[in-house]
Design a protein around this ligand. Sequence first.
Ligand SMILES: Nc1ncnc2c1ncn2[C@@H]1O[C@H](COP(=O)(O)OP(=O)(O)OP(=O)(O)O)[C@@H](O)[C@H]1O
Ligand SMILES: [Mg+2]
Length: 397
Amino acid sequence: MYNLLENLEKLKLHFKVVKRDVSKIIRINHNLYRNDYLKVLSKLLSITVPSSEFSISELLQTRYTICKALTGLDKLSIILTFSSLKLLELALVLLDKDVEDVYITLNGLYIVKKGDLYKVVDVNHEELIKQLVKLANLSGYRLGPDNPSIKFSLNVGSLRTRVSIDRWPVTDGYSVHIRKHKRIFTMTDLIGNGMLSLDQASLIIAQVLSRSNLIIIGEPGSGKTTLLNAIDLTIPYSWRRIYIDETDESISIPKTLQVKIRSTDKLIEVLKTLHRGWGILIIGELREKNHFEAYNHSVLSGLQVLGTSHADSPENLAERFRLFNLNIHGLEKLVIVRTARYEVVRKVIDVKYSRSVSEDLMLKIKNILKKLLRSNMHPLKFSERFQKELIKMGVPV
Ligand SMILES: Nc1ncnc2c1ncn2[C@@H]1O[C@H](COP(=O)(O)OP(=O)(O)OP(=O)(O)O)[C@@H](O)[C@H]1O
Ligand SMILES: [Mg+2]
């Protein structure tokens, strides 16, 4: 039995690509999971719930933890946790290392793999939509004609995803988009894979350490959140971090003080209470009016702000503020980083800033990054190492 589990865990390809003339089609290999022991485990998990009042993330975590304790295997535990929620087919496509996005519409299930779109056949896509909507409702997101678009996270073990569901009247029927975060990238990982240069990375970190505000702009999927999380790993541990993070895309850095605001109702009131301490505000995505207001409000109160927004130029970003009858405040210390996507490659196109920072600080950061380049460290280990190096270099943190 253990051999079977290990083989499943090591399995790289969960599905076969079937070439067709017009569209690319993928077929899931269900047979691997038609096994009695796995069926029993999945059944056991489906009746497992946390003992006290619980959220979806706790439910998933409990099931994953039990399965991981029984099997010791991450991938298999993810598969069985999803399977206990009748989402087995979704786990199979999400676990492919090259998959970035999954779309489910009334027409079927599609995946984006290495920049190519494939249709996945032999799946019950309608059942998947039904289960995801059920999960969203369980999480307290009321999806209905008066609230037709929601976003929430589905994180299990090493798998981190953001689920967006739109329904009528925004779309015809239901439409689901799942963004998979491949993994957590550090600043040196991103330099290593060509997303940005050593100079750009040093400039961005030096600006953030000098208390500049920063907005990462770029088209959907261009790596904004990935870069924001990488920057987060370089911020001093002594700074209190406040996140506006409805979709749970930020990372947990255990040794730091992190406050995560999940709901944007009464956002400004919540921020007012949080301003009493010193810190940095990280807005996952400036999207709705209250996000843009929160940005301005915080900048005016002297809180440093980092965030991402869909805009393809600084002018369009300003336009997005104007749509809500707002001007961008704090322009004198704003940095705008622009990202773009060319098929599978993500790049920082430029970094625009209004005030320069000390050359000495930039040089120190450059030297730290150079030292940590190619070290292939776990993100949290990298973050600790980065702190230590800052202190060694005499950078006030
Ligand atoms: N430099 C990179 N190298 C490899 N993969 C990357 C890189 N940057 C981002 N990705 C992957 O690309 C996908 C999109 O990234 P991300 O979610 O950060 O984009 P985004 O710009 O925030 O998108 P959205 O606008 O939808 O929020 C994710 O799967 C992520 O893991
Ligand atoms: Mg994003």
